[in-house]
Design a protein around this ligand. Structure first.
Ligand code: 5RP
Length: 211
């Protein structure tokens, strides 16, 4: 699969325009994209990063990392996913970077998602749905998930870049991801739901092929 991840990461370079500030996601597929971006770094203005992990890799390559508050809207965001349905709706957050990822996706005109074929599903939910929570709300959010038929599992020991915790929800077959995302966003203590359905990807690259 890592060959497909590499192909996807490299294929996303064709969406990078000269002088662009590129939104950069997080994960092993994105790591290939960052390595490819380094090859054309003289052509881009810089990057907005979704995690400390990606920031470190970008800086190692000498790619300027910019603050989203200073850049304003971006033309392009490139990121991986844990699951992708036929409507380009995603589950993300396996790497616990979902909040910053969702912020940059929202700020970007085009979201190019890079995956290998194992991430394609007809129905979202086989991959446990990550939810970032304020630590004091962990049990409250867990009870709200149980009420809705899910099994919450605390990702013990993981602290997000924002100082929060992650709950992974098992056992949901997500037939209406837009509705579930909206509903969970109303639960106090939930910072971000790892469903990218209201703002799905615009382009999905499976290896070097567009879906
Ligand atoms: C990080 C993410 C990643 O995009 C997702 O976990 C996929 O990672 P990988 O490319 O390593 O398979 O959402 O929060």
């Amino acid at each position: 699969m890592s060959n497909e991840k590499r192909l996807a990461g490299e294929a996303a370079i064709r969406y990078v325009e000269d002088g662009a500030i590129v939104g950069v996601g997080t994960g092993s597929t994105v790591a290939y994209f960052i390595d490819a971006l380094a090859q054309i770094k003289h052509r881009v203005h810089g990057a907005v990063s979704s995690s400390e992990q990606s920031t470190a890799q970008l800086k190692k390559h000498g790619i300027p990392v910019l603050d989203l508050n200073a850049t304003g809207p971006l033309s392009l965001y490139v990121d991986g996913a844990d699951e992708c349905d036929p409507h380009k709706r995603l589950i993300k957050g396996g790497g616990a970077a979902l909040t910053r990822e969702k912020i940059i996706a929202e700020a970007s005109a085009q979201f190019v998602c890079i995956i290998d074929a194992s991430k394609r599903v007809d129905l979202l939910g086989r991959f446990p749905l990550p939810i970032e929570v304020i630590p004091m709300a962990r049990s409250l959010v867990g009870r709200e998930i149980v009420k809705r038929g899910g099994q919450p599992v605390w990702r013990d020991g993981v602290v997000t870049d924002n100082g929060n915790w992650v709950i992974d929800v098992h056992g949901w077959q997500i037939t209406d991801p837009v509705a579930l995302e909206a509903e969970l966003n109303q639960v106090p203590g939930i910072v971000t739901v790892g469903l990218f359905a209201r703002r799905p990807a615009d382009v999905v690259l499976v290896g070097d092929r567009e879906m």
